[in-house]
Design a protein around this ligand. Structure first.
Ligand SMILES: Cc1cc2nc3c(=O)[nH]c(=O)nc-3n(C[C@H](O)[C@H](O)[C@H](O)COP(=O)(O)OP(=O)(O)OC[C@H]3O[C@@H](n4cnc5c(N)ncnc54)[C@H](O)[C@@H]3O)c2cc1C
Length: 381
Protein backbone atom coordinates (compact mmCIF):
# COMPACT_ATOMS: atom_id res chain seq x y z
CA UNK A 1 0.00 0.00 0.00
CA UNK A 2 1.33 3.47 -0.91
CA UNK A 3 0.49 6.24 1.48
CA UNK A 4 0.23 9.80 0.30
CA UNK A 5 0.98 12.86 2.39
CA UNK A 6 -1.21 15.93 2.40
CA UNK A 7 0.67 18.95 1.19
CA UNK A 8 -0.63 21.82 3.22
CA UNK A 9 0.09 25.40 2.29
CA UNK A 10 1.10 27.82 4.99
CA UNK A 11 -0.11 31.21 3.78
CA UNK A 12 1.64 34.17 5.36
CA UNK A 13 -0.47 36.48 7.51
CA UNK A 14 -2.02 39.22 5.39
CA UNK A 15 -0.07 42.48 5.62
CA UNK A 16 -3.23 44.48 6.38
CA UNK A 17 -4.99 41.83 8.44
CA UNK A 18 -5.20 43.91 11.62
CA UNK A 19 -6.79 46.83 9.73
CA UNK A 20 -9.32 44.51 8.10
CA UNK A 21 -10.25 42.97 11.45
CA UNK A 22 -10.61 46.46 12.92
CA UNK A 23 -12.93 47.45 10.05
CA UNK A 24 -15.23 44.47 10.70
CA UNK A 25 -15.19 45.12 14.44
CA UNK A 26 -16.04 48.78 13.85
CA UNK A 27 -18.98 47.69 11.68
CA UNK A 28 -20.17 45.20 14.32
CA UNK A 29 -19.91 47.84 17.04
CA UNK A 30 -22.60 49.85 15.23
CA UNK A 31 -24.95 46.85 15.09
CA UNK A 32 -27.29 45.57 17.76
CA UNK A 33 -27.60 41.80 17.96
CA UNK A 34 -27.48 39.09 20.57
CA UNK A 35 -24.46 36.81 19.86
CA UNK A 36 -25.54 33.32 18.88
CA UNK A 37 -23.93 29.93 18.63
CA UNK A 38 -24.10 28.50 15.13
CA UNK A 39 -25.01 31.99 13.93
CA UNK A 40 -24.21 31.14 10.31
CA UNK A 41 -27.21 28.83 10.32
CA UNK A 42 -29.32 30.05 13.25
CA UNK A 43 -28.97 33.82 12.84
CA UNK A 44 -31.13 34.65 9.83
CA UNK A 45 -31.50 38.42 9.50
CA UNK A 46 -31.88 39.74 5.92
CA UNK A 47 -31.60 43.37 7.09
CA UNK A 48 -28.27 42.64 8.80
CA UNK A 49 -27.07 40.93 5.59
CA UNK A 50 -28.03 43.98 3.52
CA UNK A 51 -26.13 46.31 5.85
CA UNK A 52 -23.16 43.96 5.76
CA UNK A 53 -23.36 44.08 1.96
CA UNK A 54 -23.39 47.88 1.99
CA UNK A 55 -20.34 47.71 4.29
CA UNK A 56 -18.49 45.69 1.61
CA UNK A 57 -18.27 42.47 3.65
CA UNK A 58 -20.26 40.20 1.32
CA UNK A 59 -19.12 39.22 -2.15
CA UNK A 60 -15.57 40.07 -1.20
CA UNK A 61 -14.08 37.62 -3.71
CA UNK A 62 -16.49 38.59 -6.50
CA UNK A 63 -14.74 40.76 -9.11
CA UNK A 64 -15.60 44.46 -9.08
CA UNK A 65 -17.18 44.24 -12.55
CA UNK A 66 -19.87 41.95 -11.08
CA UNK A 67 -20.56 44.23 -8.13
CA UNK A 68 -18.12 42.56 -5.72
CA UNK A 69 -14.95 43.80 -4.07
CA UNK A 70 -12.17 41.90 -5.85
CA UNK A 71 -10.56 40.79 -2.60
CA UNK A 72 -8.81 37.50 -1.91
CA UNK A 73 -10.16 34.26 -0.40
CA UNK A 74 -7.90 34.87 2.62
CA UNK A 75 -9.27 38.37 3.11
CA UNK A 76 -12.77 36.96 3.06
CA UNK A 77 -11.56 34.39 5.58
CA UNK A 78 -10.55 37.13 8.01
CA UNK A 79 -13.94 38.83 7.69
CA UNK A 80 -15.93 35.63 8.16
CA UNK A 81 -13.83 34.72 11.21
CA UNK A 82 -14.65 38.04 12.82
CA UNK A 83 -18.36 37.69 12.08
CA UNK A 84 -18.51 34.15 13.47
CA UNK A 85 -16.46 34.98 16.54
CA UNK A 86 -18.94 37.75 17.31
CA UNK A 87 -21.90 35.37 16.83
CA UNK A 88 -23.36 37.82 14.28
CA UNK A 89 -26.57 36.86 12.40
CA UNK A 90 -25.04 36.01 9.01
CA UNK A 91 -27.19 33.04 7.94
CA UNK A 92 -29.30 34.78 5.28
CA UNK A 93 -26.49 35.39 2.81
CA UNK A 94 -24.06 32.70 4.00
CA UNK A 95 -24.59 30.03 1.36
CA UNK A 96 -24.82 32.43 -1.58
CA UNK A 97 -21.64 34.20 -0.50
CA UNK A 98 -19.68 31.08 0.48
CA UNK A 99 -20.37 28.74 -2.39
CA UNK A 100 -22.98 29.91 -4.91
CA UNK A 101 -20.93 32.95 -5.93
CA UNK A 102 -17.71 30.97 -6.58
CA UNK A 103 -19.72 28.40 -8.53
CA UNK A 104 -21.35 31.09 -10.66
CA UNK A 105 -17.94 32.61 -11.31
CA UNK A 106 -16.52 29.26 -12.33
CA UNK A 107 -19.39 27.68 -14.23
CA UNK A 108 -22.05 30.36 -14.77
CA UNK A 109 -22.90 32.09 -18.02
CA UNK A 110 -22.16 35.78 -18.40
CA UNK A 111 -25.91 36.50 -18.08
CA UNK A 112 -26.11 34.49 -14.85
CA UNK A 113 -23.10 36.30 -13.40
CA UNK A 114 -24.49 39.71 -14.30
CA UNK A 115 -27.89 38.82 -12.91
CA UNK A 116 -26.98 37.17 -9.62
CA UNK A 117 -23.54 38.29 -8.46
CA UNK A 118 -24.29 41.99 -7.84
CA UNK A 119 -27.41 41.02 -5.86
CA UNK A 120 -25.44 38.46 -3.83
CA UNK A 121 -22.73 41.04 -3.05
CA UNK A 122 -25.38 43.50 -1.88
CA UNK A 123 -26.86 40.88 0.47
CA UNK A 124 -30.13 40.93 -1.46
CA UNK A 125 -30.23 37.48 -3.03
CA UNK A 126 -30.18 34.34 -0.93
CA UNK A 127 -29.65 30.76 -2.12
CA UNK A 128 -30.47 27.38 -0.57
CA UNK A 129 -28.77 24.09 -1.30
CA UNK A 130 -30.99 21.46 -2.91
CA UNK A 131 -28.82 18.38 -2.62
CA UNK A 132 -30.26 15.93 -0.04
CA UNK A 133 -33.44 13.95 -0.63
CA UNK A 134 -35.47 11.60 1.57
CA UNK A 135 -33.43 8.63 0.30
CA UNK A 136 -30.27 10.45 -0.72
CA UNK A 137 -27.85 11.98 1.74
CA UNK A 138 -24.41 10.46 2.06
CA UNK A 139 -24.98 8.68 -1.24
CA UNK A 140 -25.64 11.89 -3.13
CA UNK A 141 -25.29 10.30 -6.57
CA UNK A 142 -28.57 8.48 -5.93
CA UNK A 143 -30.71 11.65 -6.19
CA UNK A 144 -33.92 11.02 -8.10
CA UNK A 145 -35.25 14.55 -8.58
CA UNK A 146 -35.65 14.61 -12.36
CA UNK A 147 -35.47 17.42 -14.90
CA UNK A 148 -37.25 16.58 -18.15
CA UNK A 149 -36.48 18.69 -21.22
CA UNK A 150 -39.37 20.74 -22.62
CA UNK A 151 -39.53 23.67 -25.00
CA UNK A 152 -37.18 26.37 -23.65
CA UNK A 153 -36.14 24.58 -20.49
CA UNK A 154 -36.92 21.72 -18.08
CA UNK A 155 -39.76 20.53 -15.88
CA UNK A 156 -38.35 19.52 -12.49
CA UNK A 157 -40.10 17.03 -10.23
CA UNK A 158 -38.90 15.56 -6.94
CA UNK A 159 -38.38 16.18 -3.22
CA UNK A 160 -35.47 17.79 -1.42
CA UNK A 161 -35.10 17.61 2.37
CA UNK A 162 -33.20 19.34 5.15
CA UNK A 163 -33.12 22.41 2.93
CA UNK A 164 -31.88 25.13 5.25
CA UNK A 165 -33.79 28.42 4.96
CA UNK A 166 -35.63 27.49 1.74
CA UNK A 167 -38.60 29.37 3.23
CA UNK A 168 -36.60 32.62 3.16
CA UNK A 169 -34.36 32.09 0.15
CA UNK A 170 -34.93 33.34 -3.36
CA UNK A 171 -33.38 30.40 -5.22
CA UNK A 172 -32.33 26.81 -4.63
CA UNK A 173 -29.37 25.37 -6.51
CA UNK A 174 -30.82 21.96 -7.26
CA UNK A 175 -28.92 18.80 -8.06
CA UNK A 176 -31.06 16.66 -10.33
CA UNK A 177 -31.00 13.97 -12.93
CA UNK A 178 -31.09 15.05 -16.55
CA UNK A 179 -29.76 11.83 -18.05
CA UNK A 180 -28.85 8.20 -17.35
CA UNK A 181 -26.55 7.56 -14.39
CA UNK A 182 -23.91 5.53 -16.24
CA UNK A 183 -21.71 2.99 -14.54
CA UNK A 184 -20.19 5.43 -12.04
CA UNK A 185 -23.67 6.91 -11.30
CA UNK A 186 -21.98 10.31 -11.54
CA UNK A 187 -23.10 10.90 -15.09
CA UNK A 188 -26.39 12.53 -16.04
CA UNK A 189 -26.51 14.88 -13.05
CA UNK A 190 -26.99 18.62 -13.50
CA UNK A 191 -27.38 21.73 -11.39
CA UNK A 192 -30.42 23.89 -12.02
CA UNK A 193 -31.22 27.22 -10.38
CA UNK A 194 -34.80 26.85 -9.17
CA UNK A 195 -36.76 30.00 -8.37
CA UNK A 196 -38.40 29.17 -5.03
CA UNK A 197 -41.37 31.39 -5.88
CA UNK A 198 -42.11 29.54 -9.15
CA UNK A 199 -45.41 27.66 -9.62
CA UNK A 200 -45.12 24.04 -8.49
CA UNK A 201 -42.69 24.74 -5.60
CA UNK A 202 -44.05 23.81 -2.16
CA UNK A 203 -41.77 24.60 0.82
CA UNK A 204 -42.87 22.70 3.94
CA UNK A 205 -41.30 23.23 7.39
CA UNK A 206 -39.46 20.49 9.30
CA UNK A 207 -39.15 21.45 12.99
CA UNK A 208 -35.78 21.29 14.74
CA UNK A 209 -35.18 19.63 18.11
CA UNK A 210 -35.63 23.09 19.68
CA UNK A 211 -38.91 23.65 17.83
CA UNK A 212 -37.31 26.29 15.61
CA UNK A 213 -37.89 26.33 11.88
CA UNK A 214 -34.84 26.39 9.68
CA UNK A 215 -35.13 23.10 7.80
CA UNK A 216 -37.59 22.39 5.03
CA UNK A 217 -38.84 19.77 2.70
CA UNK A 218 -39.07 21.29 -0.78
CA UNK A 219 -41.51 19.52 -3.07
CA UNK A 220 -41.06 20.27 -6.77
CA UNK A 221 -43.97 19.36 -9.00
CA UNK A 222 -43.33 20.07 -12.70
CA UNK A 223 -41.47 23.27 -11.90
CA UNK A 224 -40.40 25.03 -15.08
CA UNK A 225 -36.72 26.04 -15.14
CA UNK A 226 -35.65 27.93 -18.27
CA UNK A 227 -32.50 26.86 -20.13
CA UNK A 228 -30.94 30.14 -18.98
CA UNK A 229 -30.95 28.84 -15.39
CA UNK A 230 -28.98 25.66 -16.01
CA UNK A 231 -25.70 26.14 -14.17
CA UNK A 232 -22.65 24.96 -16.08
CA UNK A 233 -22.78 21.93 -18.33
CA UNK A 234 -25.68 19.51 -18.53
CA UNK A 235 -24.51 16.17 -17.18
CA UNK A 236 -21.49 17.66 -15.36
CA UNK A 237 -23.38 18.28 -12.11
CA UNK A 238 -21.32 15.79 -10.12
CA UNK A 239 -17.99 17.53 -10.82
CA UNK A 240 -19.58 20.91 -10.16
CA UNK A 241 -21.15 19.84 -6.87
CA UNK A 242 -17.82 18.36 -5.71
CA UNK A 243 -16.05 21.67 -6.33
CA UNK A 244 -18.78 23.40 -4.31
CA UNK A 245 -18.19 21.03 -1.39
CA UNK A 246 -14.56 22.18 -1.01
CA UNK A 247 -15.93 25.65 -0.18
CA UNK A 248 -18.71 24.23 1.96
CA UNK A 249 -16.59 22.02 4.20
CA UNK A 250 -13.42 23.96 4.87
CA UNK A 251 -14.16 27.45 6.17
CA UNK A 252 -13.98 28.92 9.66
CA UNK A 253 -17.65 28.01 10.22
CA UNK A 254 -16.46 24.41 10.67
CA UNK A 255 -14.45 25.42 13.75
CA UNK A 256 -16.22 28.44 15.15
CA UNK A 257 -19.89 27.46 15.47
CA UNK A 258 -19.38 27.28 19.24
CA UNK A 259 -16.73 29.99 19.56
CA UNK A 260 -19.15 32.28 21.49
CA UNK A 261 -19.27 29.51 24.15
CA UNK A 262 -15.48 29.43 24.38
CA UNK A 263 -15.25 33.22 24.65
CA UNK A 264 -17.97 33.33 27.32
CA UNK A 265 -16.32 30.45 29.21
CA UNK A 266 -13.02 32.34 29.30
CA UNK A 267 -14.84 35.42 30.63
CA UNK A 268 -16.72 33.33 33.20
CA UNK A 269 -13.65 31.62 34.69
CA UNK A 270 -11.95 35.01 35.04
CA UNK A 271 -8.29 36.01 34.74
CA UNK A 272 -6.95 33.52 37.31
CA UNK A 273 -8.60 30.10 36.82
CA UNK A 274 -7.21 27.15 38.76
CA UNK A 275 -4.50 25.08 37.05
CA UNK A 276 -6.82 22.29 35.88
CA UNK A 277 -9.27 24.71 34.28
CA UNK A 278 -6.50 26.75 32.73
CA UNK A 279 -4.99 23.58 31.23
CA UNK A 280 -8.36 22.37 29.87
CA UNK A 281 -9.19 25.71 28.28
CA UNK A 282 -5.60 26.13 27.06
CA UNK A 283 -5.85 22.77 25.30
CA UNK A 284 -8.98 23.93 23.45
CA UNK A 285 -7.29 27.16 22.40
CA UNK A 286 -4.21 25.27 21.17
CA UNK A 287 -6.43 22.93 19.14
CA UNK A 288 -8.20 25.92 17.65
CA UNK A 289 -4.89 27.42 16.54
CA UNK A 290 -3.92 24.17 14.79
CA UNK A 291 -7.33 23.77 13.16
CA UNK A 292 -7.25 27.35 11.97
CA UNK A 293 -3.95 26.72 10.23
CA UNK A 294 -5.43 23.70 8.50
CA UNK A 295 -8.52 25.62 7.44
CA UNK A 296 -6.47 28.61 6.19
CA UNK A 297 -4.31 26.27 4.16
CA UNK A 298 -7.44 25.08 2.35
CA UNK A 299 -8.45 28.71 1.77
CA UNK A 300 -5.04 29.28 0.19
CA UNK A 301 -5.52 26.24 -2.07
CA UNK A 302 -8.95 27.54 -3.13
CA UNK A 303 -7.32 30.89 -3.84
CA UNK A 304 -4.86 29.07 -6.12
CA UNK A 305 -7.78 27.58 -8.09
CA UNK A 306 -7.43 24.05 -6.67
CA UNK A 307 -10.24 21.77 -5.45
CA UNK A 308 -8.83 20.50 -2.13
CA UNK A 309 -11.60 18.01 -1.34
CA UNK A 310 -9.52 15.74 0.91
CA UNK A 311 -8.13 18.60 3.00
CA UNK A 312 -11.62 20.15 3.22
CA UNK A 313 -13.03 16.84 4.48
CA UNK A 314 -10.29 16.76 7.12
CA UNK A 315 -11.19 20.28 8.31
CA UNK A 316 -14.84 19.29 8.48
CA UNK A 317 -14.24 16.06 10.41
CA UNK A 318 -11.78 17.41 12.97
CA UNK A 319 -13.32 20.88 13.16
CA UNK A 320 -16.86 19.76 13.90
CA UNK A 321 -15.66 17.32 16.56
CA UNK A 322 -13.81 20.25 18.10
CA UNK A 323 -16.96 22.40 18.06
CA UNK A 324 -18.75 19.76 20.12
CA UNK A 325 -15.79 19.39 22.49
CA UNK A 326 -16.03 23.10 23.31
CA UNK A 327 -19.65 22.67 24.42
CA UNK A 328 -18.80 19.62 26.51
CA UNK A 329 -15.91 21.33 28.25
CA UNK A 330 -17.99 24.42 29.10
CA UNK A 331 -20.73 22.20 30.52
CA UNK A 332 -18.28 20.30 32.69
CA UNK A 333 -16.14 23.21 33.86
CA UNK A 334 -18.82 25.32 35.49
CA UNK A 335 -21.91 24.41 37.52
CA UNK A 336 -24.42 25.69 34.97
CA UNK A 337 -27.86 24.46 33.97
CA UNK A 338 -28.08 25.25 30.29
CA UNK A 339 -31.52 25.95 28.88
CA UNK A 340 -32.94 28.35 26.33
CA UNK A 341 -34.14 31.55 27.94
CA UNK A 342 -31.92 30.84 30.96
CA UNK A 343 -30.93 34.48 31.36
CA UNK A 344 -27.23 33.82 31.93
CA UNK A 345 -25.13 34.24 28.78
CA UNK A 346 -23.14 31.03 29.22
CA UNK A 347 -26.23 28.94 30.05
CA UNK A 348 -28.00 30.31 26.99
CA UNK A 349 -25.07 29.78 24.62
CA UNK A 350 -24.36 26.27 25.90
CA UNK A 351 -28.05 25.38 25.48
CA UNK A 352 -27.93 26.64 21.87
CA UNK A 353 -24.74 24.66 21.25
CA UNK A 354 -26.18 21.44 22.74
CA UNK A 355 -29.30 21.69 20.60
CA UNK A 356 -27.42 22.51 17.40
CA UNK A 357 -24.54 20.09 18.13
CA UNK A 358 -25.96 16.88 16.61
CA UNK A 359 -26.13 18.68 13.26
CA UNK A 360 -22.47 19.76 13.23
CA UNK A 361 -21.15 16.33 12.33
CA UNK A 362 -24.00 15.57 9.89
CA UNK A 363 -24.45 18.65 7.72
CA UNK A 364 -22.34 18.96 4.56
CA UNK A 365 -21.47 15.27 4.86
CA UNK A 366 -21.25 13.10 7.96
CA UNK A 367 -18.06 12.38 9.89
CA UNK A 368 -18.05 8.77 8.69
CA UNK A 369 -18.13 9.95 5.09
CA UNK A 370 -15.42 12.57 5.78
CA UNK A 371 -13.16 9.89 7.29
CA UNK A 372 -13.68 7.74 4.20
CA UNK A 373 -12.70 10.62 1.89
CA UNK A 374 -9.59 11.38 3.95
CA UNK A 375 -8.61 7.70 4.13
CA UNK A 376 -8.95 7.32 0.35
CA UNK A 377 -7.06 10.59 -0.22
CA UNK A 378 -4.19 9.36 1.94
CA UNK A 379 -4.13 6.00 0.21
CA UNK A 380 -5.00 4.02 3.35
CA UNK A 381 -8.29 2.71 2.02
C1 LIG B 1 -28.15 21.24 10.27
C2 LIG B 1 -28.24 20.60 8.92
C3 LIG B 1 -28.43 21.39 7.79
C4 LIG B 1 -28.54 20.80 6.53
N1 LIG B 1 -28.78 21.60 5.45
C5 LIG B 1 -28.90 21.03 4.22
C6 LIG B 1 -29.21 21.84 3.08
O1 LIG B 1 -29.38 23.06 3.19
N2 LIG B 1 -29.32 21.24 1.88
C7 LIG B 1 -29.15 19.89 1.72
O2 LIG B 1 -29.23 19.42 0.60
N3 LIG B 1 -28.90 19.08 2.79
C8 LIG B 1 -28.78 19.64 4.03
N4 LIG B 1 -28.53 18.82 5.12
C9 LIG B 1 -28.50 17.37 4.96
C10 LIG B 1 -27.13 16.74 5.11
O3 LIG B 1 -26.31 17.04 4.03
C11 LIG B 1 -27.37 15.23 5.28
O4 LIG B 1 -28.02 15.05 6.53
C12 LIG B 1 -26.09 14.43 5.26
O5 LIG B 1 -25.48 14.47 4.00
C13 LIG B 1 -26.33 12.95 5.67
O6 LIG B 1 -27.33 12.40 4.89
P1 LIG B 1 -28.58 11.65 5.58
O7 LIG B 1 -29.15 12.56 6.63
O8 LIG B 1 -29.49 11.22 4.49
O9 LIG B 1 -27.95 10.44 6.32
P2 LIG B 1 -27.54 8.96 5.69
O10 LIG B 1 -26.80 9.22 4.43
O11 LIG B 1 -28.83 8.19 5.59
O12 LIG B 1 -26.63 8.41 6.79
C14 LIG B 1 -27.12 7.85 8.02
C15 LIG B 1 -25.94 7.36 8.83
O13 LIG B 1 -25.25 6.31 8.10
C16 LIG B 1 -23.87 6.65 7.96
N5 LIG B 1 -23.41 6.24 6.64
C17 LIG B 1 -24.02 6.39 5.45
N6 LIG B 1 -23.26 5.91 4.45
C18 LIG B 1 -22.12 5.45 5.01
C19 LIG B 1 -20.93 4.86 4.50
N7 LIG B 1 -20.76 4.66 3.19
N8 LIG B 1 -19.96 4.52 5.39
C20 LIG B 1 -20.09 4.74 6.72
N9 LIG B 1 -21.22 5.30 7.27
C21 LIG B 1 -22.21 5.65 6.42
C22 LIG B 1 -23.81 8.16 8.06
O14 LIG B 1 -22.53 8.60 8.48
C23 LIG B 1 -24.89 8.46 9.08
O15 LIG B 1 -24.38 8.31 10.39
C24 LIG B 1 -28.43 19.39 6.40
C25 LIG B 1 -28.24 18.59 7.54
C26 LIG B 1 -28.15 19.18 8.78
C27 LIG B 1 -27.97 18.28 9.98
Amino acid sequence: MTYRALELRQPAPLPHEAELRAEVRAFLATEEFVPLCDAWLAGHDPCFSRRLGVGGFIGMTIPVRYGGHGRSVLERYVVTEELLAAGAPVAAHWIADRQTAPLLLHYGTEDQRERFLPLIARGECFFSLGMSEPDSGSDLASVTTAATPVDGGFLVTGRKVWTSHAHHSHFMLTLCRTGPAGESRHEGLSQLIVDLQAPGVDVRPIALLSGEHHFNEVVLDDVFVPDALVLGTLGAGWTQVMSELAYERSGPERLLSTYPVLAELVRAVGPAPDAARAAAIGRLVAQLVALRRLSRSVAAALEAGETPLVEAALVKEVGTRYERAVTELARLQLPIEPHLGAGGRLEELVAQAILAGPGFTLRAGTSEIMRGIVARGLGVR
